[in-house]
Design a binder for this molecule. Structure first.
Ligand SMILES: Nc1nc2c(c(=O)[nH]1)N[C@H]1C(S)=C(S)[C@@H](COP(=O)(O)OP(=O)(O)OC[C@H]3O[C@@H](n4cnc5c(=O)[nH]c(N)nc54)[C@H](O)[C@@H]3O)O[C@H]1N2
Ligand SMILES: Nc1nc2c(c(=O)[nH]1)N[C@H]1C(S)=C(S)[C@@H](COP(=O)(O)OP(=O)(O)OC[C@H]3O[C@@H](n4cnc5c(=O)[nH]c(N)nc54)[C@H](O)[C@@H]3O)O[C@H]1N2
Ligand code: SF4
Ligand SMILES: [Mo]
Length: 676
């Protein structure tokens, strides 16, 4: 930090790009935020959102003092209080609850910052030492992660830089221009060099517009499409039998399953044409090198884990991994040498281990009474780096849970989010410009440092400082509670990274081979990719919970499938309150295909009611061919308070979990739409 300086920073957001940033400071104020031109994946460019990060940090509505609730829960009425008073009160409540059972205290956090220091370091140590309930962090990626771990042994894949040499790129379940912009630059370079780009997405996104072909299956049917591709690969001898034999296990069983999926059956399940299935398989079987940019959009459905397993088999079947520009990338996070145990100190937990609560079913958890099976009723929640009232599924229940008068809620935040409205005490947290952190990425293979550029604004504290102060008040004397943020940053990667060099240079490339699986060597127990791992058996197609095939009675009443993917100018529910970005996104909308709109007598621009048995959501209708027939799209996790009726799309989603990985199934959701 300096009055005038250029600082090495990193983007903290939950985005695969994890950009390296240069922050220019003049007179102790941030004057410019730029992408680092030397960092290959960032290549000097930031997205529109984070280019405005200073606007977010200096936002007039930043929370800059601790606050105590004075109105009813949810009303958002607070009065300032001092730090000592706030921390004393929280500690006193925790001591009282812990005497009964510390598992009645629940941390709730996700990836508001992806930083290893301001994420789960001191916070995790604190809750482990306290014996609080564990949180299963499943709201985003755990289905795909579990599937990759099962198939490849870890979350590993192609290096993002190599996509520019691919000849065929399948962009599968991802709107790269919105949510993975720096991958998109490499894909565009490939396109300029003659590669074919195919986008597989129920919505015609801005990414689909720029690909050579767009295939729009119904949500949750990707597993069937993958089986259809495998079927064609078999029929046409487009397999790399040598690679299969030497580097995979379980092919005969997978082949038997795929034989049951001729293109006609696949086309019917996915609601696409037979030619689309056959053409896709032909391209995949014959254009080399072929790369798949798989993303998390396609795994937020009941069969999301199985679908990722099937798609992860594809590059093994054609030997795409032999070339550095072939293979698949869903996540590269398994390459990062993160010392989780040193950061989080699970050894501080009591035995037996406290129970775990799945964050994707927080609504049910908060409404659960004590029972032998569940354990104690949740009496206190500490929310940090997350906005569950807006982002968690089935918000009618989440809201009822957070509105409980007998629940003590503490929220560490930058802004008065929908969740902060339900807090008893709000603690003001620092932003990325004000604190130290270190980062890895799930979309590239570099680690980065984030040096603080400016002093904390107002009375904001880093998450770490807040949990350190609470630990002291609870009488936790373990030396790890005295570690500074920089010391924790050094522990994060242990000896794998030269920490002094990281701080000097800003980022370091991890030593990952160019074509890491050209000769097999997957990080499984025997080095082979596993198509039918013992615990999981053969992957097959699993229909969504809610679809005409699997729940015909429901589909009769609610015939439209709703998906609610990210908005380009928000980052989940972050940035929704940044005026310049909100004005680009406009207002909450649902998109509907003209055919579905005219069948309902609905017109573009009118206010509609989207509903199912769980709730109703009012917003403006956009009639658009971006939505395929049978699908409605509600972009973005809007703050509920910006919605017409104080709700967002999660009013309609449910809390059922994926087949593997116990993840949320946001895009597995039937609705009907009518005039309001
Ligand atoms: N601008 C921006 N960037 C973001 C985010 C954001 O909110 N805004 N969020 C960040 C986070 S937390 C994450 S996890 C990633 C998510 O990033 P991705 O996983 O790449 O997700 P999206 O880009 O939203 O792409 C999801 C796409 O999948 C499509 N989709 C929905 N259901 C299905 C399906 O069943 N099958 C197929 N094939 N496609 C489907 C949607 O229409 C959407 O276009 O992005 C990160 N980046
Ligand atoms: N309907 C629907 N719902 C979804 C999704 C969807 O596609 N559709 N996407 C899902 C996905 S993929 C995800 S990842 C989740 C994301 O859900 P969350 O992880 O809750 O992400 P955000 O909504 O960005 O909220 C993060 C909050 O953390 C705060 N924050 C940021 N940095 C810090 C910090 O350093 N300290 C503290 N104390 N706070 C900080 C921000 O101000 C912000 O309010 O949402 C999920 N919800
Ligand atoms: S949100 Fe993603 S693209 Fe934007 S600056 Fe951050 S890492 Fe880069
Ligand atoms: Mo996510």
């Amino acid at each position: 930090m300096g009055r005038n300086a250029i600082i090495h920073a990193a983007c903290p957001h939950d985005c695969p790009d994890t950009c390296a940033i240069r922050v220019s400071v003049e007179d102790g104020t941030v004057v410019r935020i730029q992408g680092d031109p030397d960092h290959p994946p960032t290549h000097g460019a930031l997205c529109t959102k984070v280019a405005r990060y200073a606007e977010r940090t200096y936002h007039p509505e930043r929370l800059l003092r601790p606050l105590r609730r004075v109105g009813p829960k949810g009303a958002g009425e607070f009065t300032p209080m001092g730090w000592d008073e706030a921390l004393d009160e929280i500690a006193a409540r925790f001591v009282a609850i812990s005497r009964r059972d510390p598992q009645a205290i629940l941390p709730y956090s996700y990836a508001g910052t992806m930083g290893l220091v301001q994420g789960e370091s001191v916070a995790a140590r604190f809750f482990h030492r306290l014996g609080a309930s564990q949180l299963e962090r499943t709201i985003c990626a755990s289905a795909g992660s579990a599937a990759l771990n099962a198939t490849y042994g870890s979350r590993v894949g192609m290096l993002v830089e190599h996509f520019e040499e691919s000849r065929l790129i399948l962009i599968w379940g991802s709107n790269s221009i919105a949510s993975n912009l720096h991958f998109w630059s490499f894909a565009q370079n490939a396109k300029r060099r003659g590669a074919k780009l195919i986008c597989i997405d129920p919505r015609r996104t801005e990414t689909a517009d720029k690909c050579h072909q767009h295939i729009a299956p119904m949500p949750g049917t990707d597993g069937a499409l993958a089986l259809g591709i495998i079927h064609e690969l078999l029929q046409h001898d487009w397999l790399d039998l040598d690679y299969i034999e030497r580097h995979t296990d379980g092919w005969p069983a997978l082949a038997r399953t795929a034989l049951e999926w001729p293109a006609e059956r696949v086309a019917e399940v996915c609601a696409i044409t037979v030619d689309e299935v056959r053409g896709l398989a032909r391209d995949y079987g014959t254009i080399k090198p072929a790369a798949i940019r798989l993303n998390y959009g396609m795994q937020r459905v009941r069969g999301g884990g199985s679908a990722v397993r099937l798609i992860a088999a594809l590059p093994c079947l054609i030997g795409a991994w032999r070339h550095r520009a072939g293979g698949l990338l869903l996540s590269a996070s398994g390459f990062a040498p993160v010392c989780g145990a040193a950061l989080e100190r699970p050894d501080l937990m009591p035995t037996p281990r406290p129970r775990s609560i799945n964050m994707s079913t927080i609504g049910d958890a908060l409404l659960h009474d004590s029972s032998a099976q569940f354990g104690p009723k949740v009496e206190a929640v500490v929310v940090y780096n997350s906005n569950p009232v807006a982002v968690a599924p089935e918000s009618p229940k989440v809201v009822r849970g957070f509105a409980r008068e007998d629940l003590f809620t503490v929220v560490l935040e930058h802004f008065q989010t929908d969740t902060a409205d339900y807090a008893d005490i709000i603690l003001p947290a620092t932003t990325q410009l004000e604190h130290f952190d270190v980062h890895y990425s799930y979309g590239h293979t570099y680690v980065l440092v984030n040096e603080p550029a400016i002093e904390p604004l107002g009375e904001a504290w880093p998450n770490t400082a807040i949990f350190r102060a609470l630990a002291a008040r609870m009488g936790f004397t373990e030396p790890c509670f005295a570690d500074s943020d920089e010391a924790i940053g050094a522990q994060a990667f242990g000896d794998s990274i030269d920490f002094a060099r990281l701080r000097r240079e800003g980022w370091i490339r991890l030593p990952v081979a160019d074509a890491p699986f050209a000769e097999g060597g997957f990080p499984t127990t025997n080095g082979r990719a596993q198509f039918a791992p013992e615990a999981l058996g053969v992957a097959g197609y699993l229909a969504p919970y809610e679809s005409p095939g699997s729940s015909p009675e429901l589909a009769e009443r609610f015939p439209l499938a709703m998906i609610s993917p990210p908005a380009r100018h928000f980052l989940n529910s972050s940035f929704v309150n940044v005026r310049s970005l909100r004005s680009i996104e406009g207002e909450p909308l649902v998109e509907m295909h003209p055919r579905d709109a005219s069948a309902r007598g609905l017109a573009d621009g009118q206010i509609v009611r989207t509903f199912n048995d769980r709730g109703a959501y009012r917003c403006r209708l956009r009639v658009s061919e971006r939505a395929r027939p049978g699908v409605v799209v509600g972009l973005g996790v809007w703050w509920r308070k910006f919605g017409l009726a104080g709700t967002n799309t999660n009013e309609l989603t449910h809390q059922r979990l994926t087949d593997i990985g116990q993840a949320a199934t946001f895009y597995d959701c039937l609705v009907e739409v009518c005039a309001d």
